[in-house]
Write a protein that binds this ligand. Sequence first.
Ligand code: ADP
Length: 482
Amino acid sequence: MSKPIRVLLASSEVSPLASTGGLAEVAGSLPQALTEVGLPTMVVMPAYPEALAKAKISGPKLLLAVSMGVELVEFEVLIGQLTSEVPVYLIRCDKFFDRPGLYGEGRTGYLDNPERFTFFSRAVIELLEHLPQKPQVILANDWQTGLIMPYLLEAGPQAPKGIFIIHNQGYLGLAPPSLVSEIGLPDRYYGVEGLEYYGQLSFLKAGIVFSQAVVTVSPSYAKEIQTPEGGNGLDGVLRLYAGKLHGIVNGVDYVQWNPMTDPYIAANYSADDLAGKKICKLALRRELNLSGPDRPLFGMVSRLTAQKGLTLVVESASELFKLGLDLVILGSGEPWFEEKLTAMAEDYPDNMRLVLGYNSQMSHRIIAGSDFVLVPSLYEPCGLIQLYGLRYGTIPVVRAIGGLNDTVRDYAGQNPAGLWDNGFKFSQFQPGALVRAVRRACELYAAPGEWAKMSNMNLKEDFSWTASAQSYAKLIQKVASA
Ligand code: ADP
């Protein structure tokens, strides 16, 4: 039997060790899924204080160093476990990572983010020399790890091959040209065909240009980022490299997200017995102090940024609540949205609740206890919330974009043969379009037995990692043997 291909996944956040969103969820669950399909996978991430506290560190640490410009930066590598089968290497350099935030605090990002993630990328390359088992392929994720791709190329043919995964084209990872000496690549990497981006440097572009393959997290998003509307200035580059661009929908961690065993929800349930879902709704209404008559309950769990379509929700408030629904939003993010949503919740005290903050357990209770999950994103590379909704029999109402479009099939729409309608979609990024989709959802709720029928079918749909991990495995094997 041939030796298995070893994989190293590098990410700036990995759930449950440190998380701000979907990137962490994928980085936290794809390694185990790959391991289960025969590709043993290791993980490397920065040693933020919260990650150090949670990672079950064991064994001796490594003491290493990389040069950045004129400076020699020393760091430690600690070894922990992400799962019993997946080791995680934590790169500890307190001057870069011992901070309250992952990328910034409040409204402002850390000014030295380009240096921090240049260092991290260099440290990953240095670590390769010291791993007991060398990987053949590195999966780098988003701009924070984009530089790993040219570093691998520069390391020569013996180095692992690089696959770059784009979770969000919205973040270019820009750095000033003055960072060139810290980055330390030969001059030929910095031109317009390399890192250059309108007079600056883009680490995201480095990942796209210098990788063996690029993956993004849904087939629709793979097409959208090749257009001027979705490419964020890199659509031309992505069209140039379309031949190595793949769209693979994210899977859901079916252990973390399982209505039959979920410890955070009021009652467990399954497709065979939805009684527990009713209990979850009652408990959520009680927790939120929603005391009116039973109405369709819409849930949102979201970063509060423009990407998530919250302006549509704010602008359609009066029309939405005329439909006789309740709305709960759990989110954290930009103060502007916090203020707007707080004002909206004050205007509709009987029907709306806003919970500010990042709260994983509460997100489970909202997904389980709502009748519908609302995802009106401006753009959405894959989206996980609608997949969690499907897993919990909570019907998604989404904008037909990116991964939302690939995973939700509109009620009474033109669906692929043999598949049922699993939710509601709208196309135009306009309040009226959102309201019309929500109205159709409320009509389904009002029709006796119809909501339960769809919810029940959705509980049976499979969005686990099984299929997606196979797609990744095929690509990894192809890249490793090229
Ligand atoms: P993105 O990565 O763009 O934020 P995704 O839908 O892909 O969007 O993933 C978001 C993930 O972050 C989901 O797992 C969601 O549950 C989680 N999440 C976002 N905001 C919060 C919050 N305030 N509290 C708890 N979980 C949250």
